[in-house]
Design a protein around this ligand. Structure first.
Ligand code: GLV
Ligand code: MN
Ligand code: MN
Ligand code: MN
Length: 414
């Protein structure tokens, strides 16, 4: 079916220029970005985004989690807004596109609407969620989790980074503590455009991922308590070795994930040894476990097995073991009507597409708890993400933004 908006396209060159401009803020050490949440670089990125939103005629609201909401008014004062969002924060060694593509494509669709003189019935709100990555303050998607009522505000404020600084203090320090109650906004719909962060779309030579689901997740924090002792003079039978327990648990997590195939992953990304000295057996080891699968029963089964086997491994070595869950969401099914809208937009625009399940977590997962929500994905080179070498092509970026544009226009009603 054809319609009056079929020839509308975003300005791909302007989108790419903005991506490259934002990538100058918080440069990494290998061509990517280190713009971790609530750092001075995050503040600089926010200030730049704010200036662009204001230049595009949008009004900015900020909530008590520091999430930025830039609004382009609609023609019907009673119509709820359509939200388009993602995040500007990055991993410590992050890429230039993870999150940023979604926020700046939201901005680009507003700029294109301004150029084309398009008004919509519903307002459109471009959103930058605070602390999507969870690299500095666990869990990931912290602000959208508070927005959806899944995480208490005070718990979020108390989260500590590895230096012991709290989320609440850092939010105030960078000057982005807003006054809006978190979660007070009502959404007509929520869209998020993101790079795939995996290898499927590129391997299948598809320009667009129509995201139907997102896999669920548990983040566990394990604290092992051994006894600090000299690595040279302590006989093997007298060691209470928290490091050895960690190594065995790490291997066990791999086994649990492999036993849970197909469609399950598990791994360890963060480890802290105390005192972290070459010739001291560690007295304390704290490390993270991240397990994910789209199957809720399997997800919870993996967690139960990991907790039981970790306790056994630690006990056999005389090591203390405490496990705290620090992040969780159930597998998500995105709104079928919006999913179909994304698919038909890709179809009309002549972009190749396929259904895909998101392997990474996104703010859309929490938005889906409070509104109809869905996502659009584009490929990334070699499926590589959470790596400074993350790369996409300008053509891929443009294709997904065009699809986002059309799906949003249809939802916000011209
Ligand atoms: C967030 O980036 C996640 O999927 O862990
Ligand atoms: Mn992301
Ligand atoms: Mn990420
Ligand atoms: Mn993510």
């Amino acid at each position: 079916m054809t319609g009056p908006t079929d020839n509308l396209r975003i300005n791909g060159e302007r989108l790419w220029d903005s991506l490259m401009e934002m990538a100058k803020v918080g440069p990494g050490i290998a061509g990517g970005n280190n713009r971790q949440t609530l750092t001075d670089s995050d503040r600089e990125g926010r200030d730049l985004f704010k200036s662009w939103c204001e230049a595009a005629g949008m009004m900015l609201g900020v909530d008590k989690m520091g999430t930025m909401f830039a609004t382009r008014p609609g023609t019907d004062p009673d119509a709820l807004p359509v939200y388009v969002g993602s995040h500007l924060d990055t991993q410590p060694t992050g890429g230039k596109y993870d999150g940023v593509l979604g926020v700046l494509s939201g901005l680009e669709i507003i700029r294109s609407m301004n150029d084309l003189g398009i008004r919509t019935k519903h307002p459109i709100v471009v959103t930058n969620w605070t602390n999507e990555e969870g690299a500095r303050f666990a869990p990931a998607m912290l602000a959208s989790g508070v927005f959806a009522g899944a995480i208490p505000l005070e718990y979020a404020y108390d989260r500590k980074d590895p230096d012991g600084k709290s989320f609440g203090d850092e939010l105030k320090r960078i000057g982005w503590l807003g006054d809006e109650e978190v979660g007070a906004r009502k959404m007509h719909a929520y869209f998020e455009y993101h790079i795939e962060q995996g290898p499927i779309l590129e391997a299948e030579a598809k320009q667009i991922g129509v995201v139907t689901h997102c896999q669920g997740l548990w983040w566990l924090e394990v604290t092992l308590t051994g006894r600090e002792a000299h690595t040279g003079s302590t006989p093997m039978n007298l060691r209470v070795n928290a490091g050895l327990a960690m190594a065995r648990i790490l291997e066990m997590v791999q086994t649990v994930a492999m036993d849970s195939q197909p469609g399950a992953v598990g791994g360890v990304g963060q480890m802290f040894f105390t005192p972290n000295s070459r010739n001291v057996l560690p007295g304390k080891v704290v490390f993270s476990i991240d397990i994910r699968t789209p199957d809720l029963a399997k997800l919870n089964g993996m967690r139960a097995r990991i907790e039981a086997e970790a306790a056994e491994i630690a006990e056999a070595l005389g090591v203390g073991c405490a496990i705290e869950p620090v992040g969780h969401f159930d597998p998500v099914t995105f709104d079928p009507t919006l999913v179909e809208r994304v698919r038909s937009a890709a179809e009309r625009l002549g972009y190749s597409h396929m259904n895909i399940i998101s392997g990474a977590g996104h703010d859309a997962c929490w938005a889906a708890k409070v509104a109809p929500a869905t996502m659009v994905m584009c490929p990334c080179v070699g499926g590589l993400s959470h790596n400074e070498a993350e790369e996409i092509s300008p053509e891929w970026a443009t294709a997904g933004a065009d699809v986002l544009f059309h799906a949003v226009l249809e939802t916000a009603e011209i």
